[in-house]
Ligand binder design. Structure first.
Ligand code: SF4
Length: 453
């Protein structure tokens, strides 16, 4: 999401007359730092970077004199994104490190905020919006030569999982009008992009409410996954994620589509059958479980039990037999016992994920957990459980790769492998697995080919 947000910011700045992008902060007159607030670690890294930018500011004259900096003025530092939203004025109060603080829904205001700095003020706008989707903005792609691109289709989240800060930093769910998404994908296709990843905090909750062509059809698109519930009201009209994917995959049959990050509650059968039917929709589903214990899932307010999650996995594999699955897990959430932890390990073994993102729990202010629970799992226990989780994942994932031996995989060539640029190419299979290939005349960037491992 942050890469795509930066592309939106670049577009806004370009339209305001800021045309030159430099590659190193030492040469910049404005430094943007886009931030994540989901874990304490991520924020610590941002503070370290801010310290370095403060050093550049203070030593600007000396740096210019020694040739280290080519900036004509001391740099202005702009903090964007979730940490800006979470900490607001607190970031501005941090010495003179930061000049502008801008939340994820206020990027259009950046030129004005920077102008305020010219008059000796600090700029801040952290207002969250119920409508902002930046639908009319053409993102300026950071990797111009890449054959893959991100397209943001919705923003925000209504789910309020008890551990998560996102609803407080990114605001309520809102979706871009379908036509603006089709237009952007069309432009990317013309630029030579071969793979688009549709983005959203809850990408499969997409709902273009401006399209009222489809009314509620009981038993079809409007149902949540079986055994799942939602804390917020489920919309029954408008154009949903499966409809959007249907349109895009038909209109751009040679474009490959991925999506992230979904919530398991929004996988109606219609979406699964569509994924099976269309060759250009990748057979990789990210299905964040967070925990394998029903008790923990309830405390996390995820809206499902272990059993409901496993039934969904089974259904997905029945409908799309060669699907790859990935997941997110949190170790050591408030109140997690050894038994809960062992439920997570058995879930990981039982499902056999292709990929997983695993973290030790880090409590965030404002969240339901912060207000209601105690962060009572000692740090060393969290780390030990995380290690066990990673080991269990590693042991169980081998099967996913072994099963591919002797099969045919469609791979999109992304370019030279940085470790062996003269002899090897790198690419991604439909399931999202990295593939390395020897360079031949027939293989070049953007080509899709089959590989027999
Ligand atoms: Fe956070 Fe839950 Fe929303 Fe995901 S679904 S962004 S974990 S609140």
């Amino acid at each position: 999401m942050n890469v795509n947000d930066m592309e939106i910011v670049l577009s806004i700045m370009k339209n305001a007359g800021y045309n030159e992008i430099v590659t190193v902060p030492e040469n910049a007159e404005i430094i943007f730092i886009n931030t994540c607030a989901i874990r304490d670690n991520a924020e610590m890294k941002v503070w370290q970077r801010l310290n370095y930018f403060w050093f550049l500011k203070r030593n600007w004259k000396a740096n210019v004199a020694t040739g280290r900096s080519q900036s004509l003025r001391p740099p202005k530092v702009v903090v964007l994104g979730c940490m800006a939203e979470r900490l607001k004025e607190k970031i501005l109060d941090s010495d003179k490190m930061v000049d502008v603080v801008c939340g994820p829904d206020a990027y259009r205001d950046l030129p004005r905020l920077l102008e305020e700095v010219e008059y000796g003020q600090k700029g801040i706008n952290t207002l969250l919006s119920l409508e902002e989707t930046y639908a009319d903005i053409n993102p300026v792609r950071i990797s111009q030569n890449s054959i893959s691109a991100f397209v943001s289709i919705m923003r925000g989240c209504n789910n309020m999982c008890s551990f998560c800060i996102v609803p407080f930093t990114r605001g309520r769910e809102r979706s871009r009008p379908v036509d603006s998404i089709v237009r952007e994908v069309g432009e990317l296709w013309k630029e030579g992009v071969k793979e688009v990843t549709l983005l959203g905090q809850n990408v499969n909750s997409y709902n273009d409410a401006s399209v009222i062509e489809k009314e509620a059809e009981p038993g079809s698109n409007w149902k949540l996954s079986e055994g799942f519930s939602s804390i917020s009201k489920v919309r029954t009209t408008g154009l949903r994620f499966a409809d959007l994917l249907d349109r895009l995959s038909l209109k751009f049959p040679e474009m490959r589509f991925r999506f992230t990050s979904p919530h398991p509650k929004d996988f109606p059968d219609e979406l699964l059958y569509l994924m099976r039917e269309r060759n250009n929709i990748c057979k990789l589903i990210h299905l964040p479980a967070q925990s394998g214990s029903s008790t923990m899932l309830e405390r996390m307010r995820r809206g499902y039990t272990r059993e409901a999650y496993l039934s969904l996995v089974q259904k997905i594999r029945t409908i799309i037999p060669d699907v790859a699955l990935s997941s997110d897990f949190i170790s050591g959430f408030c109140g997690e016992t050894e038994e809960d932890h062992s439920d997570t390990l058995t879930l990981v073994k039982e499902v056999g994920y292709d990929m997983a993102y695993m973290f030790a729990y880090s409590m965030r202010e404002k969240t339901h957990a912060h207000r209601n629970y105690e962060d009572d799992v000692p740090e060393e226990t969290k780390q030990r459980r995380l290690t066990e989780l990673i080991e269990t994942f590693r042991e169980s994932t081998g099967k996913c790769y072994d099963e591919q031996v002797g099969t045919t995989q469609l791979v999109l060539v992304e370019g030279p492998n940085k470790r062996a640029p003269d002899t090897e190419l790198i690419g991604k299979s439909d399931k999202g697995h990295r593939q390395f290939m020897r360079k031949t005349l027939q293989l070049r960037k953007g080509v899709r080919f089959c590989i027999y491992p």
